[in-house]
Design a protein around this ligand. Structure first.
Ligand code: GMT
Length: 377
């Protein structure tokens, strides 16, 4: 291996998929001998116990009385520059263009050209923020000023180039799962708390934002449970939660739905499921479908964004047009009624997760991008 690097990582430490990917990547790089410095406003929730080569630098917000809004972005940029100088960082790897790529750009102005910057796009920054004309130029600046830009699906690369009229190359780096954490787990005891042996378990995990279309999850489940005995486990919390609770009551499904709330360690519960539901409106990747795949659980979902790059339709799950809950339910019924088919699809899930989205492969891809921007072969 070329020399170990000193890398600063900034992400939204408490945010779903992007926070998980950034933190797990940092941990894996540290295991490989790189020195990792997380620069965030709070400890990333997946960081866990002490690990060699990992350091955490907290961004303190300057709440000076003249500020109507404390300038978090400027505090972050200053902290990045300070850590880069003190620790002699080689590069900053930031997750999300806004504000992180802009902060990294400012830090580079303070430190010097030798500090390289890598930005990973996760979706919402492009699919939502880039629709806002007032932010477009800022996002474009962040992307153009990064030494390398990566995105988590081909669809996100296409959308970024189209929406922002950007021609610069963007590297494809799919999200990954750590195979030591995500694998099929034996959970007969826990399963019996939610379902009887003849019942199937359907699951949905998200932050319950409107783009996740959790209402469609309930509609699919209602259609499936008319035909086969089933339970629905809902994991997570968010703005749509109470509307969904009302919908479940109104449809008379309350005895068949369990709310598990927010779970930090979803690897513990995914193996309970026979299928995962992901009917999103927008999804640059859909990390939860990969986590399910690595546990041998097929996903039934929509064809939004990058989901079709992850879920191989007819092989590791089934995808329907956004909002087509009847077709999603048909697929689910077919899969849940046929244990042989379910076994084949489940096996294909494990194979695909362990080859295409394996932690070793994707970590190596990030390393080669780092060495490329550093000019090291
Ligand atoms: O989906 C969310 O609301 C959270 C967001 C995030 O920052 O974690 O998810 C985005 O990044 C994930 C990790 O790369 C992707 O798996 C999600 O598909 C993506 N969400 C959207 O594109 C809506």
């Amino acid at each position: 291996m070329a020399r170990p690097l000193k890398i600063g990582i900034t992400c939204y430490p408490t945010l779903g998929g992007s926070g998980v990917v950034a933190t797990e990547l940092g941990k894996l790089l540290a295991e490989k001998g790189h020195e990792i410095h997380f620069i965030t406003h709070s400890i990333p929730f997946r960081l866990g116990k002490f690990q060699r080569n990992i350091f955490y630098h907290e961004v303190e917000i300057n709440d000076y009385y003249v500020f109507r809004y404390p300038p978090y972005d400027l505090s972050l940029a200053s902290k990045m520059a300070q850590v880069a100088k003190m620790q002699n960082l080689d590069l900053l790897h930031v997750h999300y263009a806004v504000p992180h790529a802009i902060c990294a750009y400012l830090a580079k102005q303070m430190v010097g050209e030798e500090l390289k910057t890598v930005t990973t796009l996760h979706g919402t920054d492009i699919t939502v923020l880039a629709q806002d004309e007032s932010l477009k130029d800022l996002i474009r600046l962040g992307i153009h000023q990064s030494d390398a830009v990566t995105a988590v699906s081909r669809d996100l690369i296409r959308e970024t180039q189209e929406l922002l009229d950007i021609e610069r190359p963007i590297d494809l780096t799919y999200n990954f799962v750590d195979k030591r954490i995500y694998y099929p787990r034996e959970c007969i005891g826990l399963r019996s708390e939610f379902a009887s042996p003849d019942e199937k378990i359907m699951m949905h995990i998200s932050n319950f934002r409107p783009v996740k279309r959790v209402g469609d999850v309930v509609d699919v489940f209602a259609k499936v449970s008319e035909k086969i005995p089933a339970k629905l486990l809902l994991v997570g919390e968010g703005p749509e939660l109470s509307r969904i609770q009302w919908k479940i009551q109104a449809m008379g499904l309350q005895d068949r739905v369990h709310f598990l709330g927010k779970q930090d360690d979803v690897a513990q519960v995914i193996s309970l499921a026979d299928v995962m539901l992901l009917p999103s409106e927008k999804e640059s990747f859909g990390l939860v479908a990969l986590e399910a795949m690595a546990c041998g659980v097929p996903t039934i979902g929509s064809q939004a964004g990058g989901i079709p790059e992850l879920v191989a339709h007819g092989e590791t799950g089934y995808l329907a047009p956004i909002g087509d809950t009847a077709l999603m339910a048909d697929y689910a019924i077919r899969l849940l009624r046929d244990p042989v088919l379910h076994g084949v699809v489940s096996k294909a899930c494990l194979q695909r997760a362990r080859t295409m989205f394996c932690n070793d492969l994707i970590t190596a891809e990030y390393e080669s991008i780092y060495y490329r921007v550093m000019g090291i072969d």
